[in-house]
Structures are given as structure tokens and as C-alpha cells.
Design a protein around this ligand. Structure first.
Ligand code: PGA
Length: 251
């Protein structure tokens, strides 16, 4: 795992945007794995800036989102479809036919999971997957205890995850109890993974991740079994690991 230590959220976002734009420069038909939540918001702002000011084009890019809440209307303000549309897709030139997000109200949930895996299989593999890390170590919505061999599946959200995400809703009660998520196996098939962590709220999770102890109870630790992971972490999120400054690379 390559660890890139940066000063703050803005630098993390900038660095991540640069890596994504490099990927697009190398292959303008790249397949990106996208994430939602507070962490990638700054990154998406930088990507929009790159598109508007420097003409970075997403015309041939395809994308897969990691997860979606179950039960919400696609257009509900809290859905991940709305999140992606409002925070990225509407301001870049990606074709809406090239974006994939699990359906939030499928007629048959199991069928939807299968369909999603088949589409990843057909279009993928994902060249560059963006990930945030949950305070409990989840990636996507793969909560502690998730099976390493899991493909896209339905999950019951951990209480801590619903709490963490309540600020996107009017109240905690409104946060859905279930979601569809790409499984750990689906995520680990990506060619390259970019994990982002910012702020004190993530310090405990980053410390646990960097102890390199792989455990089912801490899903992000499975990333140690992938040979192309870059963690971009800011000082606040890194502070329980070390007091050292400067950039550090550990493989
Ligand atoms: P956050 O969530 O970006 O809102 O902190 C990260 C995650 O749950 O993966």
C-alpha cells in the first residue's frame, strides 16, 4: 500500500483529482469506480474545475458507483443517484448512459445484485476505484463481518453508519436501514484503488488500517491483499499513526 500524507482535505482532493486526470489522460475510455459521502466532495469539485478550465473530457468514460440505499426514490435528495448527479455528473460531459449505480427500488433485489455484477463483468474491470473509509472500517457498504468473497449484495447498515450519514437526511429515522453494495470481491477486482481519508473522525480507522492487521471485522484491511492501493491521508486523519510530517511511502 502506497501511503501519501498530505496537509489537509483540500490537498487530498487535489492529489486525488490529479491521479484521476492522469488515468483519463492515459486512457480516455477509462472505467472509474466512484464513491459517495463527504470524503470525495472536494475531489469532485476539482474534477469539475479540471473539466471546465482545462477541458478534461469524460465523454468516453464509464463509471460504476459502489452502492445505493434501498427504498428511496432515485430522485430523493438522499439517494446516491441524486448525490452523484448534483455533485459531479451534471457539471461534466459524462454520458448518463455510461453511468452505473445500483437501482434503489428494484422489483427483485437479488436480481438487481446479479445484474450489477454482470454489467461490471461485461464493461469492467474498473481501472481506478475511489474509496472512502467508514469510521468502522467499512468500504462501500461492506460493514464489519462482511465476506471477502462477496459480490454485489444487500446489507443492513450498521448503526454507526446510519449515524455517520444522518447529516445527509432530515433525521436519523429517514436514513434507510438497507443498501445494495458492491462486495469486497467486486471492489478488489479493480486494477487500482485510491483510498481517501480526511479529518480526525477517521484517525482511529486509519491507525487500524495501517497496523496492517487483516481482519474480517475491519473490511478496509482486506486492501492489504491488493497490490495497487494508494491511500491519500491528511494530517488529522493520520495523527494517531505518527506525529511525523512530510510525505511517506510504505509498500
Ligand atoms: P464519508 O463516508 O466520506 O461521508 O466520511 C465514508 C464512507 O462511509 O465510506
Amino acid at each position: 500500500m502506497e501511503v501519501i500524507l498530505v496537509e489537509n482535505y483540500s490537498e487530498m482532493s487535489e492529489h486525488a483529482a490529479r491521479l484521476i486526470e492522469e488515468q483519463i489522460n492515459q486512457n480516455d475510455h477509462s472505467i472509474l469506480g466512484l464513491a459517495t459521502g463527504s470524503t470525495p466532495l472536494g475531489l469532485y469539485e476539482k474534477l469539475i474545475e479540471g473539466h471546465k478550465k482545462r477541458g478534461v473530457s469524460y465523454k468516453h468514460i464509464q463509471s460504476f458507483n459502489l452502492d445505493e440505499y434501498l427504498g428511496l426514490d432515485q430522485d430523493h435528495p438522499g439517494s446516491y443517484y441524486t448525490f452523484m448527479y448534483e455533485n459531479l455528473f451534471k457539471d461534466i460531459d459524462i454520458s448518463m448512459e455510461h453511468i452505473q449505480i445500483p437501482h434503489s427500488q428494484p422489483r427483485l433485489v437479488e436480481e438487481e445484485c446479479k445484474r450489477y455484477d454482470q454489467v461490471i463483468e461485461r464493461i469492467g474491470p474498473i481501472d481506478l476505484q475511489i474509496l472512502g473509509i467508514g469510521s468502522n472500517g467499512h468500504i462501500g457498504f461492506n460493514e464489519p463481518g462482511s465476506d471477502l468473497n462477496s459480490t454485489t449484495h444487500v446489507v443492513e447498515l450498521a448503526a454507526s453508519t446510519r449515524n455517520d450519514n444522518a447529516h445527509f437526511f432530515e433525521s436519523l429515522e429517514e436514513v434507510p436501514t438497507h443498501a445494495i453494495t458492491m462486495g469486497l470481491q467486486s471492489i478488489l477486482k479493480s486494477k487500482r484503488i485510491l483510498l481517501l481519508a480526511s479529518g480526525e473522525r477517521k484517525a482511529e480507522a486509519v491507525k487500524r488500517l495501517l497496523s496492517a492487521h487483516v481482519s474480517e471485522m475491519f473490511p478496509a484491511s482486506h486492501l492489504w491483499n491488493h497490490d495497487n492501493v494508494t491511500l491519500i491521508v491528511d494530517q488529522e486523519a493520520y495523527k494517531l499513526v505518527s506525529q511525523k510530517g512530510s510525505e511517506e511511502v510504505a509498500r
